[in-house]
Design a protein around this ligand. Structure first.
Ligand code: MF3
Ligand code: CO
Ligand code: CO
Length: 326
């Protein structure tokens, strides 16, 4: 099936569908009204030779290795830098979000900006993923592929960027408003960011990882929101995803004790309705099974003896509800 982009004005039920099938609209694409439609994905962009490449960049595959959970001072210093780079790119990409802008335009910016800052956009060819970031709109939970679909007034748009520089990854995302957004979605986005911060604040040395999920779930429950279980936060460092799993809901089995020097992400996905998901036929895009909206925020952090250090945070990070902005 070829991919058609929906027009801005939709036909009446009995008029021919906009996709050119010749069928009546009501018998064709009407059931997808209000859903995010797939656009066209352009070919993978090249990363120039002067940018160092992670092991998977050429093949799309790699063997994970056992990486120390406690990072050396050198790795930590490198991660402070990769975190800063990712947070800069996210902030600038977020400023592009507006009605009519395509997610492909955002991706092109993210791609070029990482390169300008000397970083490899980590997602390119990671398990074959084709783009420099993920753009997840409305009911898309995560891993949306940037494409030709223009953003529409009222959408919520998550941008997830990861850069590899100095041999380490920095991973961060935020959900942005496209023009005027309805109050229900605004609250979802605000509470999702609060969930992330409460999860980050629970990252205390000596405590089990399950404290993070508990803090997030307790807050989401107050609003009767769902906490996605199928996708989790992860250890990060020289590898994009290491063996540490950070659940965003409470599970007593998540008993790994947090130690100073550990680095991982906290990236809750919170839903207005069901937490069940489906995957589009592009094998990446995860959407809620009921089509209701979902939001996400993500930071990479370092566990310390005291407060966690937010490696993708700090002044200017795309986080209106961050503790330092409250
Ligand atoms: N940045 C995502 C995360 O937070 C991972 C994207 S992997 C991709 O873990 F292959 F989908 F790009
Ligand atoms: Co991540
Ligand atoms: Co991410």
């Amino acid at each position: 099936m070829s991919i058609a982009t929906a027009p801005t004005t939709l036909p009446q039920a009995n008029e021919p569908c906009w996709c050119g099938s010749g069928r009546k609209y009501k018998r064709c694409h009407k059931k997808l009204e209000g859903r995010v439609l797939q656009g066209e994905v352009s070919p993978m962009r090249l990363v120039p030779d002067h940018i160092a490449r992670p092991p998977y960049a050429d093949t799309g595959e790699y063997e994970p290795w056992e990486e120390d959970r406690i990072k050396s001072p050198e790795i930590i210093e490198a991660m402070r830098h990769s975190g800063k780079v990712a947070s800069t790119v996210l902030r600038e990409a977020g400023a592009m979000v507006a009605p009519g802008v395509t997610t492909e335009e955002i991706d092109t910016f993210v791609h070029e900006r990482f390169i300008e800052l000397g970083a490899y956009p980590s997602t390119i060819n990671y398990h074959g993923y084709p783009k420099a970031c993920c753009t997840s709109i409305n009911e898309v939970i995560c891993h949306g592929i940037p494409d030709s679909r223009p953003l529409i007034e009222g959408d919520i748009c998550n941008i997830d960027v990861t850069g590899w520089i100095g041999g380490v990854h920095g991973d961060t995302n935020a959900t942005f408003f496209v023009g005027e957004v309805d109050p229900e979605s605004r609250q979802l986005v605000q509470v999702t960011e609060e969930c992330m911060w409460l999860g980050i604040e629970a990252a205390k040395a000596g405590q089990p990882l399950s404290d993070i999920g508990r803090a997030i779930e307790d807050h989401a429950k107050k609003y009767k929101y769902g906490v996605v279980r199928a996708f989790v936060g992860h250890g990060i460092g020289e590898q994009f995803h290491t063996d540490i799993q950070v659940l965003h809901y409470y599970d007593s089995r998540s008993s790994v004790i947090m130690r100073p020097g550990m680095t991982f992400t906290v990236e809750p996905m919170i839903t207005l309705g069901s937490i069940n998901y489906k995957i589009w036929d592009d094998d990446w895009t995860a959407v809620t099974s009921d089509g209701k909206r979902t939001a996400q925020f993500e930071h990479t952090l370092l566990v310390t003896e005291g407060e966690p250090e937010v490696l993708t945070g700090g002044e200017g990070a795309a986080s209106p509800f961050a503790p330092w902005n409250r």
